[in-house]
Design a protein around this ligand. Structure first.
Ligand code: ATP
Length: 260
């Protein structure tokens, strides 16, 4: 089985504190994972490690078969699509949507130092179409709604045909309709031919769509539970994760949570 992510006994220390400790996590090809945990549980730290922005203090990390310490991290990053709100803040709002999308091919924030060809813009249009934002072609990024911006950033993340697509809380700040639309586009990406492996971080269990085969629950910098989505998203696990009495109901193959 091809391994997409392999973390073995990973620890990451800062200022004498173990922010991640004894993390063991494997993601295989043809799996898509949702990652949940309270604020400060270590989700962003974990993703920063997958992307090679930080390295383990102890333990081993291998991403797409590249073992950290024996690989060119910059090269590896070209195979990873990364969508996070912190990136969105760096974007120059005056740039038009398709330029933002095409910049993903060059792993750049804009196109100032890039040399795109016509085919790149055709490809960008295809991704924008898949995400349902083709109509924003030619529109400055700052004139797009929050939901449109999120989709443009996901299209950007797909531009390099990544093997791994990381979506860090992409539904933040979206209204109910925009959120469901964005989730529908994630579903479309996952069900395409040669789809990348998706890692999706969220605070809301109902966003863990059926395409997510697996779920990782993080607590205090380590694995609290991991495995098949339906086996992990249970009333018992979530009650223990959040320290509250929580009931999970399944409707239309999605889990919904109530505090009881
Ligand atoms: N560079 C750092 N130095 C010191 N502490 C850090 C550093 N990076 C993260 N932390 C701490 O590690 C913990 C985990 O942070 P992280 O951002 O990974 O959590 P998170 O699960 O993504 O939270 P949120 O849901 O709020 O985004 C937090 O207590 C944070 O303050």
């Amino acid at each position: 089985m091809t391994k997409i992510i392999e973390m073995t006994n990973v620890t990451w220390k800062r200022q004498g504190k173990e922010i991640l400790h004894h993390m063991n996590w494997q993601v295989n090809k043809n799996e898509h994972w949702a990652v949940l945990g309270l604020n400060g549980a270590g989700k962003t730290t974990l993703l920063n490690m997958v992307n090679g922005y930080i390295w383990p203090t102890t333990g081993e990390v291998s991403v797409l078969g590249n073992k950290f310490g024996k690989t060119d991290i910059h090269q590896l990053r070209r195979s990873i699509g990364w969508v996070s709100s912190s990136f969105g803040e760096k974007v120059n709002g005056r740039h038009v949507a398709e330029d933002i999308v095409v910049s993903g091919k060059f792993a750049a924030v804009g196109l100032v130092f890039a040399d795109p060809i016509e085919a790149d813009f055709e490809q960008a249009r295809e991704w924008m179409k898949l995400l349902g934002v083709e109509y924003t072609y030619g529109r400055p990024y700052e004139k797009c709604s929050h939901g449109e911006k999120q989709k443009i950033l996901i299209a950007r993340g797909l531009m390099a045909n990544p093997k791994l697509l990381i979506l860090d809380e992409p539904t933040n700040g979206l209204d109910f309709i925009a959120r469901e639309e964005l989730l529908a586009t994630i579903d479309r990406i996952a069900t395409q031919k040669n789809a990348p492996t998706i890692i999706f971080v969220s605070h809301h269990i109902e966003e863990v769509l059926p395409i997510f085969t697996h779920t990782l629950l993080l607590k205090e910098g380590t694995v609290f539970a991991k495995g098949l989505r339906n086996e992990v998203l249970t009333s018992d696990n979530l009650s223990r994760l959040y320290g509250k009495n929580i009931e999970v109901d399944w409707r239309r193959d999605r889990a919904w949570m109530t505090l009881v």
